[in-house]
Design a protein around this ligand. Structure first.
Ligand code: SAH
Length: 342
């Protein structure tokens, strides 16, 4: 199998160069060339031609071609549909916040977690992405817009912890000082709650922000919308969150999609408050975004207000997520493969 150059660290590239009879420093040359925009082995014009030919036989650079690009007329949010080397497609979203440009990237083509409210999982999992394919979502967007990305959220299609090794490598690559050099503290990893993997992540020594898609104040309601809740209870999930905080010192962010009549009553807000009270955490309320397969309804304005204020009485920090890119279906849970009609 050919080596995927963009998924490799400088040291790994050096090893490959040595194997192919070249000096070690060529590894860093290739690494830096990739982040400067090389997308074809012949773009490395500083490398001897004979070496490029040998490299061509042994390695390749994956691609993410912009197949469609939608720009929101409301807030300038940009949604990309990228086509990968095998014709599969993934979506990414570029958002401008006052704290910097944020890119929401996908980690898998499709998803096998099966959450009832989410569009990304409707056709199941097609395949996981390589580290390079996660990097390309950022690199191609930066090149297209001529702007830098400073924050990343792993909140696009896919379950990051279900593609564990590739996501870990991506995090280390994107943080590399000779590459994009994006701080790990500026990266959020969101999971529906794979408890064993959260524990593994806590031992990686990567200070990313952990976001938990909670979406319910108890197991019974959670099981109605999230199949993963049949595998692990909320108690087990919160246990892993506490261990994560103990080991990393980082506060947990809980995502809670408010669905009218399902999980948005005042009583349920109290239940959520009691559940999280005393934890080093932040609650992010997301009025659910409608998808065509399900008629989940967004909570009423007043219900959102009451819910927020009720949770706040437990001294928990709560924000209601702003909805960016509403006119281009760029919001949470609306990303899907190319066959959609948006
Ligand atoms: N698989 C990971 C990463 C996806 S992130 C996870 O589950 O966390 C996408 C976020 O949007 C998750 O919090 C997800 O639960 C949420 N989401 C999915 N569908 C949604 C919808 N229709 N409305 C609002 N949020 C949704």
């Amino acid at each position: 199998m050919k080596a995927d150059l963009l998924s490799m660290f400088p040291e790994e590239l050096s090893e490959l160069c040595i194997e192919l009879g070249q000096p070690k420093y060529r590894g860093m040359q290739i690494f830096e060339g990739l982040y400067k925009g090389a997308r074809d082995i012949n773009d490395f014009t500083a490398l001897p031609k004979a070496f490029r030919e040998r490299l061509e036989e042994n390695a390749f650079i994956p691609c993410a071609r912009i197949k469609r690009k939608l720009v929101s007329a409301i807030d300038g949010t940009v949604k990309y549909l990228y086509e990968l080397h095998d014709g599969e497609t993934v979506e990414s979203v570029f958002m401008r916040y006052h704290h910097g440009n944020t890119m929401c990237i996908s980690t898998q083509v499709g998803c096998r977690m099966g959450c009832a409210f989410c569009a990304s999982t409707k056709a199941g999992l097609v395949r996981s992405l390589y580290p390079s394919e996660m990097l390309l979502q950022i690199l191609e967007c930066e090149r297209d817009l001529g702007e830098r990305v400073s924050n990343i959220v792993l909140m696009g299609m896919g379950e990051p912890l279900d593609n564990y090794d590739n996501v870990m490598k991506f995090l280390r690559l994107v943080n590399h000082e000779r590459g994009l050099n994006i701080g790990l503290r500026h990266i959020s990893l969101s999971t529906c709650g794979l408890v064993d993997k959260i524990d593994k992540l806590a031992d990686e020594g990567l200070p990313v922000t952990l976001s938990i898609s909670l979406h319910a104040p108890n197991d019974e309601i959670r099981r109605q919308t999230m199949p993963i809740a049949n595998k692990w209870s909320i108690e087990q999930l919160l246990g892993a969150c506490r261990r994560y905080t103990d080991k990393t010192g980082r506060r947990i962010s809980f995502e809670y999609a408010l669905i009218s009549g399902v999980n948005d009553s005042k009583e349920q807000a109290h239940e959520l408050g009691r559940l999280l009270s005393g934890m080093l955490c932040h609650v992010n309320l997301i009025p659910v975004n409608p998808i065509k397969e399900k008629n989940f309804k967004r909570s009423e304005k007043n219900a959102i207000k009451v819910f927020t204020e009720t949770v706040e009485t437990y001294k928990i920090n709560v924000t209601v997520r702003r909805r960016l890119g509403a006119d281009i279906n760029a919001s949470c849970g609306q990303l899907r493969q190319a066959d959609s009609e948006n």
